[in-house]
Design a protein around this ligand. Structure first.
Ligand code: FAD
Length: 502
């Protein structure tokens, strides 16, 4: 009989079980899955995320039927002992340093290459060493992936004549409408597995002292391959065509806009990135989506998702401990508890409520509202990473460390980003409809109506003046401090504001 194959909870699609030339798993290999309770004791997850992960694992187990031994245990070690004793196992390369250490420490476990990504780690290493002299450039990486995988190519040239249509993708919200009016995204319907998950979560809270944050309303994200394919189809057929131009815009009444909502399905392994980009390309070739939209989506997956995955391994396990700006403030209670109602600033309150209610918000609210606020307040980047990991349905260690430590908190001093991502209220005002009815004014930096992002931006520049004044892309902004006659007042005001909700 073939060696049993162990599936982690983020390896749930069929491509984790197909026979490959990487040494297995065998075509009919028995499957082992372990639901480790300790994961939920260690971290206080958003309840909707805990629900999604458990529901997805249990849906996969139901699909696999007799082929799987599904063990509920306190730890992975205990679960594996129950499942196979001292027997041998194969497993695909897991997605975190901690899980990699675990599987390598277990006797009899053969670790197969990673699946679920377009680019192999060795190929990436060779590329990074040769072409960039070790320095990573996302745009170079992205073009290399397009060529290597023949994605949106016309021979040697990029389809549509350019590699990148980003110039067209930074549009503010169009007009005054409260929503983009895009066709609705796919939403799943709960079933008896969800009911059982909800009962278990209630019991853990009641009897085991396991606690969660956030609201666990009806499940909003796919938990099975069937649902994930339906979500992908709905996106490509009905929503892809308008993807792109308003990717960076934010509307209070339309949190999803035209975003795909596919991240949790990709990160659970329910969808393979290859099928996502192939379908987007096919839609363009069939004339069902303009090249700008197909390219914008392909870049998110083949350019960004892949790049972030590679960065996670390339920068090593120590990347999470970087703290170049020496930010040490703890996260305040209102933020940890997702207490959106305590927040007066409308942008932050709206976005925090989206996280509380759904465990998801799109890229710009993550970067330019939540992350930017944390950066301006000097919150400990590791604690910020942990917060994102726990509170987002698509949050996993590999994707959080580069996105939060690297991109959002500039904690690695700019290994892969060109400058800190933060702004005053003017950017938020331009890119959203949040400011109109807000109690604060984006153009005020002092006084009762001072916008916390505007004041916070100047306070951040002041705090890091020595580091940023020679930075090619920040020097001009830093020089702006010299023109502020009210800088002392602003700094006193920000110090008095303290850690309370703005
Ligand atoms: P779309 O806008 O429709 O994009 C399509 C796909 O591209 C996404 O589903 C995702 O798989 C991929 N993608 C795009 N950008 C990134 C990126 N920077 N990193 C990884 N994948 C990307 N994404 C996660 O999947 N998990 C996270 O834990 C996560 N944390 C983030 C934290 C911060 C502070 C920031 C700034 C970004 C983070 N992102 C994360 C990236 C991005 O915000 C989400 O992938 C995206 O908002 C998910 O929504 P969507 O599927 O509708 O994305």
């Amino acid at each position: 009989p073939s060696t049993p194959h162990w599936l982690f909870g983020d390896q749930l699609g069929p491509h984790f079980l197909t026979a490959g030339d990487d040494g297995g798993p065998g075509r009919d290999a028995p499957v082992v899955m372990v639901e480790a309770r300790s994961v939920f004791r260690r971290r206080r997850f958003h309840r909707a995320k805990a629900h999604l992960v458990l529901s997805a694992m249990r849906h996969r187990a139901a699909e696999l039927g007799d082929r799987v031994r599904y063990i509920e245990a306190e730890t992975y070690r205990e679960g594996l002992r129950k499942a196979v004793g001292d027997g041998r196992l194969t497993v695909c390369h897991p997605t975190s340093w901690a899980a990699l250490r675990l599987v390598r420490s277990l006797d009899g476990v053969t670790v197969l290459p990673p699946r679920g990504f377009l680019v192999g780690t060795d190929a990436f290493r060779a590329w990074a060493q040769e072409r960039s002299g070790g320095r990573l450039h996302q745009e170079d990486f992205y073009r290399w992936v397009r060529r290597e995988h023949d994605l949106l190519m016309d021979g040697d040239a990029p389809a549509g004549g350019r590699w990148n249509h980003d110039h067209a993708n930074r549009e503010p919200p169009p007009g005054d409408a409260p929503t983009l009016g895009a066709p609705a995204p796919y939403r799943p319907r709960e079933d008896e597995i969800d009911e059982e998950v909800r009962r278990d979560l209630d019991r853990w809270e009641r009897e085991e002292g396991i606690t969660f944050v956030g609201r666990d309303g009806p499940r909003r994200f796919p938990a099975s391959r069937r649902e994930a394919l339906a979500a992908l189809r709905r996106f490509v057929d009905h929503r892809l065509a308008g993807f792109g131009p308003h990717e960076d815009a934010m509307l209070a009444a339309d949190p999803v806009m035209r975003h795909s909502l596919l991240s949790s399905s990709l990160n659970l392994g329910l969808l393979d990135p290859a099928e996502c980009v192939d379908r987007a390309e096919a839609a363009w070739r069939a004339g069902r989506a303009p090249v700008e939209s197909a390219e914008g989506f392909v870049r998110q997956i083949a350019g960004w998702r892949e790049y972030v995955w590679q960065q996670y391994w390339w920068f090593g396990d120590g990347h999470r401990d970087r703290n170049a700006l020496r930010h040490r403030a703890p996260l305040p209670e209102w933020f940890l508890e997702l207490d959106a109602d305590a927040v007066g600033a409308r942008c932050l309150s709206t976005v925090l409520a989206q996280v509380r209610d759904t465990g998801w918000t799109h890229h710009i609210p993550r970067l330019m509202v939540l992350g930017s606020h944390a950066l301006q307040r000097g919150w400990d980047p590791r604690a910020v990473t942990d917060w994102f990991h726990r509170c987002f349905v698509d949050g996993y260690d590999w994707v959080m460390v580069p996105n939060v430590i690297g991109m959002s908190q500039y904690a690695d001093g700019g290994l892969a980003t060109t400058k800190p991502y933060t702004s005053g209220g003017a950017y938020i005002n331009r890119m959203s409809d949040f400011c109109g009815t807000c109690a604060y004014r984006p153009d005020r930096r002092v006084g009762d109506r001072a916008c916390p992002f505007t004041a916070g931006y100047w306070a951040f520049l002041h705090r890091h003046r020595a580091r940023l004044e020679h930075h090619p892309r920040m020097a001009r902004a830093v020089r702006g401090l010299d023109r502020l006659a009210d800088l002392d007042e602003l700094l006193d005001q920000e110090a008095a504001r303290g850690a309370g909700p703005p």
